[in-house]
Every structure is written in structure tokens, then in C-alpha cells.
Design a protein around this ligand. Structure first.
Ligand code: BGC
Length: 420
């Protein structure tokens, strides 16, 4: 073994953790737009989120698990629909609930990484026109201002999760503005149908983000950042889906165009942030027909994405270049698979890429795996399993997989077993 392979590239204090999102874990998020969409006849959700993993009540057990595994960071979200269940009513009890989770994380030495918006919004907001309405940025700003006081002592706050995916997805809630939402939903779902015959939300196979929704996301982020900087001492960022896009030879200018609309316009908006979250799962080619789906014969994960552990390195390098050097946190990276050894192999490959990025001097502050527990994978329901921990959805018992102990060991040794 050379010293290359034994020396950890990971700086002291590097964060090792796992990520979650409120709607996918808490359960019974009944005042949100997604909850309403899930109940519609003909809904595109394979099943309803329902009780999810009951994280809303079991958060302490889950933070204890994170801690006992050896992880040092835990990403969770604050659910706007709970904090402001009707317009202008900011529920003190809900704010206190989230503050208890923050306090507990801080007391056991787990760094909370907090997301303020992870795809879901309050139902009242969606019914009043949602993100496409004139007052959207103001409404979001009111919510952020209400949350600011509970963020004392927190370092990492993400304003909006994957604005580049959400700029396309947010029209999913448009039907809720109409008296017959189910009928409107059919049309909207058709307009969001994957391009290039590929399945699925969360890969760049949807129609690309348009300029107005993109500008709304950026304006909402900038508003939230200004409020948080005025009222708190947190480090502000947002988390971007970065796809590790690569040009087929001769299609470099097409690549640059796709990169701009899907990623760089959002990454540019991170130039003045304290950090940027990088979320990486796979890599896609850009060729004569634009963005390509997984190549013929590629090894596919449960979500139909090509198995590409090397995508994380590509995503980090691209983010660094496009932001001009904003410090990065990996806020999501993982794989939907029923084969836990494949999860370990994928994550090993991704961490090797990360170690190389660190070797080259790029500033990465931590790695948070997606996701802590098998959870509600949006339109796919509960069948696709990204978790380090399995959950019995009747008893809610948590059963860590081998990958959870493995990642805990990587964390405890600060990545000393990861080659670079
Ligand atoms: C989202 C998560 C999602 C994950 C896997 C990301 O786009 O932030 O909520 O579960 O990808 O699809």
C-alpha cells in the first residue's frame, strides 16, 4: 500500500452525514400542496406519503441513530406548510418543534444542515397561485423571517432545495388553483412528460426550466439570503442538482447551452453565497439530440439512472468552476438499489472522486449521503430505496443496513480507507 492510499485527504472537521427532507420523512403533512396532489383521483404518485416514517414524532430516535453510527452532520428540513398552515398564521408550536430538533442535534454534537424549502409548499399558497403568482417571493420571505429566530447556533442553512428541478416541477401544483384539479392535472402531467423517452422526475429528462420560473427561484433565494443575513449568523446557501453533464465530441456548444439553463444560471446565483450544496446521482451525455438518457446497455439503478459513481467528482468540479470557488457541501449523493453492497460500492466510488477533488485543492466541507432512511421517493412512492436504514412502515422500526455501519466507520476514521 502506498502512502497515497493510506493518508486521508479529508480535512479535520470535514462533515460526514446523511440527508432527509420533511415531506419524505415526517408523515401526515396534510396542509401541503403535495399532500393534496397525492389525494387526487388519477394522481401521478404511485402511492400516498401517508404516515411516511413518522419522523415528525421519532426525530430523537433518528438523531440518536445518526450519532451512534458515527456521523457528525444531519440534514433535515423545516416544513413551510406546518409553520404557516394558513396564510399569516405562524404556528409557535411548530417552530418550537423544529427548535427542539436543532437543540438536540447541537447538544449531542451533530451539526444540523437545515433546508427551508424542499419541493413542498403550503396548500393555501398553491391555491392562491403558488410560485407563479405575483406575491410568491414576498410570501416566502415572510416564512423565512418567521423561521429566522429558531436558527440561532445553526451553521448551515439551505434556502431552497434543487431550484433547478423545482423550476420545472412547481407547475405540478397549478391544478390546485382550479375547481376541478384532477382534470387540469392530466394536462399538466402531459406537458411535463419526460423527453427522450426516459422515466422520471429528478433526472434531467423533463422539459428544461424556463426563464421566468428560474428568475422566481433566484429572487426567492436572494430574498431569503438577505433576511437570514440580517437576522441570523448562519451560513446561507442553496442546493443544486448537478448532473455531471459531458459533451459528445463536437457538441461542446450544446453542452454549454444545457449547462447554462439547467445548472449554471443557478450556480452563478451562488457566487455571493457562503456555500453551495452539490447533489449528484448520475451523469448524462449531451449529443446531437440534446440531453441523452442512460446509454443502451448501461447498468441502471432502481430509478432508471445510469450507475455512475464518478458523477460526484464531475459535479463538484463543474460547480467549483461555475461559482468561481464558492465553498461546497455535498448535500445529496446516493443510489436507489435493493442491493446494499451496491450502495457501498457506489458510495466508495463517489468518495474516491471526492478525495481527488480535495487533492486538487477544491474546497469541499462535507459529505451528506442521500438518504438516512428508505423514504417517500415522490412520484415513485416507497418502492425505490435510497436509504442507509430500512424502516418497517407498520411498526416504524428502524433497521440500519450494512451500508449505514460502513459509512459510520468511514466517518469515524475521517475517510482514511478511501483511496484517491
Ligand atoms: C431530491 C430528493 C430525492 C432525491 C432522489 C433529489 O432530487 O432532493 O428529495 O429523493 O433526489 O430522487
Amino acid at each position: 500500500m502506498t502512502s497515497e492510499t493510506t493518508t486521508s485527504r479529508f480535512p479535520t472537521g470535514f462533515l460526514w452525514g446523511a440527508s432527509t427532507a420533511p415531506h419524505q420523512n415526517e408523515g401526515n403533512n396534510t396542509t401541503s400542496d403535495f399532500w393534496a396532489l397525492e389525494q387526487l383521483p388519477g394522481s401521478s404518485f404511485a402511492e400516498r406519503s401517508g404516515d411516511a416514517l413518522d419522523f415528525y414524532h421519532r426525530w430523537k430516535e433518528d438523531v440518536d441513530l445518526v450519532k451512534s453510527l458515527g456521523l457528525t452532520a444531519f440534514r433535515f428540513g423545516i416544513e413551510w406548510a406546518r409553520v404557516e398552515p394558513t396564510r399569516g398564521h405562524f404556528a409557535k408550536a411548530e417552530l418550537a418543534h423544529y427548535r427542539r430538533i436543532i437543540d438536540y442535534c447541537l447538544s449531542v454534537g451533530v451539526d444540523p444542515v437545515i433546508t427551508l424549502h424542499h419541493f413542498t409548499s403550503p396548500l393555501w399558497f398553491a391555491q392562491a397561485g403558488g410560485w407563479g403568482s405575483d406575491g410568491a417571493v414576498d410570501r416566502f420571505g415572510d416564512y423565512v423571517a418567521a423561521v429566522a429566530p429558531i436558527l440561532e447556533g445553526v451553521t448551515w442553512v439551505a434556502t431552497i432545495n434543487e431550484p433547478n428541478m423545482f423550476a420545472v416541477m412547481f407547475q405540478m401544483s397549478t391544478p390546485l388553483q382550479y375547481p376541478d384539479p384532477a382534470a387540469v392535472m392530466v394536462q399538466i402531467n402531459e406537458s411535463m412528460a419526460p423527453v427522450n423517452g426516459e422515466a422520471g422526475i429528478n433526472a434531467f429528462t423533463m422539459p428544461e426550466p424556463e426563464s421566468i420560473p428560474t428568475q422566481v427561484m433566484i429572487a426567492a433565494h436572494e430574498r431569503a439570503r438577505a433576511i437570514l443575513r440580517e437576522k441570523t449568523s448562519v451560513k446561507v446557501g442553496w442546493t443544486i442538482a448537478v448532473q455531471g453533464l459531458v459533451a459528445r465530441p463536437g457538441f461542446e456548444s450544446e453542452l454549454a447551452r444545457y449547462q447554462w439553463v439547467w445548472e449554471d444560471v443557478f450556480l452563478e446565483a451562488s457566487k455571493d453565497d457562503d456555500w453551495v450544496g452539490v447533489q449528484s446521482y448520475t451523469s448524462q451525455l449531451v449529443g446531437p439530440n440534446g440531453l441523452e438518457g442512460a446509454p443502451e446497455g448501461a447498468d441502471l439503478t432502481q430509478t432508471g439512472w445510469a450507475y455512475r459513481p464518478d458523477a460526484l467528482g464531475l459535479a463538484l468540479r463543474h460547480t467549483w468552476e461555475a461559482t468561481g470557488g464558492t465553498p461546497m457541501l455535498v448535500t445529496e449523493n446516493g443510489i436507489a438499489t435493493a442491493d446494499d453492497q451496491q450502495r457501498i460500492d457506489y458510495t466508495t466510488g463517489a468518495l474516491e472522486g471526492l478525495a481527488e477533488v480535495l487533492r486538487d485543492g477544491l474546497d469541499v466541507r462535507g459529505y451528506l449521503h442521500w438518504t438516512l432512511m428508505d423514504n417517500f421517493e415522490w412520484v415513485h412512492g416507497y418502492e425505490k430505496t435510497f436509504g442507509l436504514i430500512a424502516v418497517d412502515r407498520t411498526t416504524f422500526a428502524r433497521n440500519p443496513k450494512r451500508s449505514a455501519y460502513w459509512l459510520g466507520e468511514v466517518a469515524r476514521t475521517n475517510g482514511s480507507g478511501i483511496r484517491s
